[in-house]
Design a protein around this ligand. Structure first.
Ligand code: TRP
Length: 83
């Protein structure tokens, strides 16, 4: 691996736990803009990486996100009886 060009080649697994989960790719650099949107239905899995063009992702809806640091669930706030 070349330190200077390393932008995080690790894979991230996103599993939709409901229909219509949205993964939004945000641009790398000074501006932070949406540049890609991907919709997943319940049970669908997407395996992704950060790239030269994408430095952040926003995930809407209930999903399980697994990465090298562990896993996290989106779309449900624990202790929130209304969710
Ligand atoms: N365009 C920003 C960048 O490349 C995107 C970003 C990455 C960001 N991490 C962030 C925006 C944390 C807000 C907070 O740095």
């Amino acid at each position: 691996m070349h330190e200077a060009s390393y932008i995080g080649e690790d894979y991230i697994v996103i599993k939709a736990l409901e229909n219509g989960v949205t993964i939004i790719g945000l641009t790398r650099g000074k501006d932070t803009k949406f540049h890609h949107t991907e919709k997943l239905d319940k049970g669908e899995v997407m395996v992704v990486q950060f790239t030269e063009h994408t430095s952040a992702m926003k995930i809407r809806g209930q999903a399980e996100i697994v990465h090298r640091y562990g896993s996290v669930n989106s779309g449900k706030v624990s202790n929130d009886k209304n969710s």
